[in-house]
Design a protein around this ligand. Structure first.
Ligand code: HSE
Length: 328
């Protein structure tokens, strides 16, 4: 049976999740796609760091070792920040590899040039994992945009923030203790600044904007506020009033086509659709012209939810390339 050689760039929480899931689902993927996937190489930052055993896999800190693997066809990217991730993906596409990314910081900025590059090389980009973790908002949006148009998107797009706000309310713990828990559970970024400052939700909102509206608002015009200014006292006071803090990202297009976006905490009551969204869950409500409002809810962060949608992207891309739809 023909083999698909794949590499994983970045071996933190998400990179390790991809490795586990690919190995666990190897036989099923072989059956459904008629192709065997092999993780040929993993790119790490620090070779000396202790990590899980990956027998038979090249583990390197040099991207050139990876890009020069003969017949490499798929690159899973789970690095943080714009560079070197963007440069690596450009090289991978130029080599004819499909790329599947979880990197929202990079993709929110470079989705257009990456798509153009991929188109010119006849390869695909999977980016479901960039936005809302395990919630399939990208594939849902792509599908409904074939017929519907979207007027407004509103959601909770950062699992760490929602987890912290929930823990503070339920356990009356301090902000920093709830953040430490979110880090221990693998929800927060290695540097959680983007999570708690609202920047992570902002980047995800910009990815949704590029897909839904084919453009983004001017980034400087978007007010972005995090949850880092919310104290335990604030949360307790809201609770006494029957309200909950939610970190809400929203974007709307007016009749002239202009986009208005904002990201920040809101106090919501029991009638608000985001009131019931607890812990690490994300929610995305899409206001469309034919369907009406469609809301997706699910785990927005964590090793397996995020990694599994990347392996789903792999199955979709390889299935498309082979010219068939996957039926399980
Ligand atoms: N740190 C991110 C979050 C991970 O908490 O939502 C998923 O993008």
């Amino acid at each position: 049976m023909a083999k698909i050689k794949a590499a994983i760039l970045g071996f933190g929480t998400v990179g390790q999740g991809i490795y586990h899931i690919v190995n666990e689902k190897k036989e099923d993927l072989k059956k459904s796609l008629g192709l065997d996937i092999e993780i040929s190489a993993i790119l790490v930052n620090n070779l000396a760091k202790e990590r899980i055993q990956t027998p038979g896999v090249l583990v390197t800190d040099d991207f050139e070792d990876i890009i020069n693997i003969p017949g490499l066809q798929v690159v899973f990217e789970a690095i943080v920040n714009e560079e070197p991730a963007y440069g690596y993906l450009c090289k991978a596409i130029d080599k004819g590899c499909h790329v599947i990314t979880a990197n929202k910081v990079m993709f929110s900025k470079y989705s257009i040039p990456l798509h153009e590059r991929a188109k010119s090389r006849g390869v695909f980009i999977g980016y479901e994992a960039t936005t809302a973790g395990g919630v399939p908002v990208i594939k849902t949006l792509k599908n409904l945009l074939q017929v519907n148009s979207v007027k407004r998107i509103q959601g909770i797009l950062n699992g760490t923030s929602n987890y912290i706000l929930t823990q503070m309310r339920l356990n009356e713990c301090q902000f920093n203790d709830a953040l430490t828990e979110a880090q221990d559970l693998g929800y927060a970024e290695a540097d959680p600044y983007n999570d708690i400052s609202g920047q992570d939700a902002f980047r995800k909102l910009m990815i949704l904007s590029a897909l839904a509206f084919k453009k983004q608002p001017n980034w400087d015009d978007v007010r972005v506020v995090g949850i880092d200014g919310i104290s335990l006292e604030d949360v307790k006071k809201a609770k006494q009033e029957g309200l909950r803090y939610r970190h809400v990202a929203e974007i709307e297009q007016d009749e002239n086509g202009e986009l208005f976006a904002s990201v920040g905490p809101q106090l919501v009551g029991p009638d608000h659709p985001l009131y019931a969204i607890e812990a690490v869950n994300n929610a995305v409500a899409l206001d469309t012209n034919y369907i009406g409002t469609l809301t997706l809810v699910g785990p927005g962060a964590g090793m397996y939810p995020t990694a599994s949608v990347m392996v789903e992207d792999y199955a979709e891309i390889i299935g498309k390339r082979a010219g068939f739809m996957i039926t399980i």
